[in-house]
Design a protein around this ligand. Structure first.
Ligand code: PMT
Length: 442
């Protein structure tokens, strides 16, 4: 960060207070921090405290003759090595998506010659609102990068979900990645360069009441490893993660959600994409009537009966999109018996191009563990890979996806051919021979 010029645009949200610590940490690393504050931001923290920490004057007005004479909003934006908007409110995001420039912050952003980094912070319902998700998708398509929001408790009592601004270390990691320092950034010559890949990972939690939920054993290790491998291959990656304890992959735009419904909304917001990989272990059911209060044990009463309803099938929804379907839709199949048989059935019922099947019986230790043994199932057959680390599975899978999207042949995995694949190819050979025979007869 030494001598890097960071322009921090502080929006009007309670998370603005986190910027004071962020400024200190950036300056400890040798960065030169300039700050623009919106009018609303000044309701939460004062320009005086920001100026004391940056050791610079703070910019607040678009029409300030002194500012314009001394530096001007164009220079303010061009002189920065990186621009971070934190907290980015729904309003700033909407203005950016619409190309507005009616105050200093939005004018600087519109005048910038480099895409900024956005750290959203808002109420979960505002974040998940289709209007916000549309604006986020628009900005992402324009090359704008996002860090967060994180999942958790809101300042408003009793509110929780995706919408917390990322913590200082995550903001610094994302800035470093953007500045090409400390983390390997997307490789412009990588096989997935220019592609947008959306990946789901981890479990979903389906609340029963405010303290209990239905969950599964997914750790997110496999999905996160695929996200990191796709990013290394040059892709712009949006990772939609359920509640996990592992860190977000560096340089990957990670959205945190809790329930299947939130995951579905987030996936819709992240599209369009060239490739979508559904590695998350989405709960198939949720409790029909989530209890607003903790369910109490009543003396002598039987345990409460849970009534379940089906969750939306995210993979199937995306695979059957009439318009905007990713060119390659990849599902996973987590099975405990008849792995290939069930995976083949899933390939059909979900309508995806490829199923990555794995045996998740407890003896395999795949769910939550570090190793995996997968089978790639397509309409043409099955390719089985030997057991390996989840990072290696991810690397090989990404290479395979790059090959499939390059050749446009989404249903013919390469590498070692299994018996069934050979059989399928033999079948195709017969069909071709018959067709040739017919032609000759004609
Ligand atoms: O997270 P780890 O500990 O590293 O473990 C990795 C893993 C075992 C979770 C992963 O490799 C895996 O198998 N993921 C898929 C888990 C799963 O839910 O499989 P399924 O067979 O129940 O679902 C089939 C497919 O439909 C999956 O792509 C799933 O993401 C998707 N799905 C399922 C239900 C639903 N409502 N919506 C979905 O999109």
């Amino acid at each position: 960060m030494k001598n890097k010029r960071i322009l921090l645009i502080i929006g009007g949200g309670i998370a603005a207070y986190k910027c004071l610590d962020l400024i200190r940490r950036l300056r400890e690393r040798g960065a030169i921090v300039r700050v623009v504050m919106t009018g609303a931001a000044q309701q939460f923290i004062t320009p005086l405290s920001v100026s004391a920490l940056t050791n610079e004057r703070v910019f607040t007005e678009l029409f300030d003759l002194n500012d314009e004479r001394e530096i001007g909003h164009i220079r303010l934006s061009r002189e920065a090595d990186a621009i971070l908007v934190a907290p980015a409110t729904a309003d700033i995001i909407a203005k950016m998506a619409g190309g507005h420039a009616n105050d200093l912050a939005t004018s600087v952003l519109l005048a910038s010659d480099k895409p900024p980094l956005i750290a959203p912070a808002m109420n979960p319902r505002m974040w998940l609102n289709p209007a916000t998700q549309r604006n986020v998708a628009r900005l992402k398509a324009d090359g704008v990068r996002f860090v967060g929001p994180d999942q958790g408790e809101m300042a408003e009592r009793g509110e929780a979900g995706p919408g917390r601004m990322s913590e200082t270390p995550d903001l610094i990691a994302a800035l470093s990645a953007m500045l090409g320092m400390g983390h390997s950034g997307p490789d412009a010559s990588g096989p997935l360069s220019g592609k947008h890949v959306v990946i789901t990972s981890g479990p979903t939690h389906e609340p029963i009441d405010p303290v209990r939920y239905i969950a599964n054993r997914s750790s997110g290790k496999q999905g996160h490893a695929i996200a990191a491998a796709a990013q290394r291959a040059g892709a712009r990656v949006t990772l939609i993660s359920g509640p996990v304890t592992i860190p977000d992959p560096a340089g990957v735009d990670t959205w945190h959600i809790e329930t299947a419904s939130e995951m579905k909304a987030a996936v819709a917001g992240a599209l369009p994409a060239d490739i979508a990989v559904f590695c998350a272990a989405v709960a198939d059911w949720r409790v029909d009537n989530e209890n607003g209060q903790k369910i109490k044990k009543a003396k002598g009463a039987p345990p409460p009966a849970l009534s379940l309803v089906a969750n939306p099938d995210i993979l199937k929804t995306v695979a059957s999109l009439k318009s905007g379907r990713p060119r390659l839709v990849v599902g996973f199949a987590a099975e405990t018996e008849k792995v290939l048989e069930h995976a083949q059935a899933k390939l059909k019922s979900k309508g995806c191009d490829l199923i990555v099947a794995n045996d998740v019986s407890s003896a395999t230790g795949v769910m939550g563990g570090d190793r995996n043994c997968v089978h790639l199932v397509t309409r043409d057959g099955v390719t089985s890979w030997p057991e390996m680390g989840k990072d290696e599975v991810a690397q090989k899978l990404v290479e395979e996806l790059a090959r499939l999207i390059e050749t446009g042949v989404a249903n013919q995995p390469s590498a070692a051919k299994s018996k069934s694949k050979a059989k399928a190819r033999a079948g195709r050979g017969d069909a071709a021979k018959n067709a040739r025979k017919k032609k000759v007869r004609k």
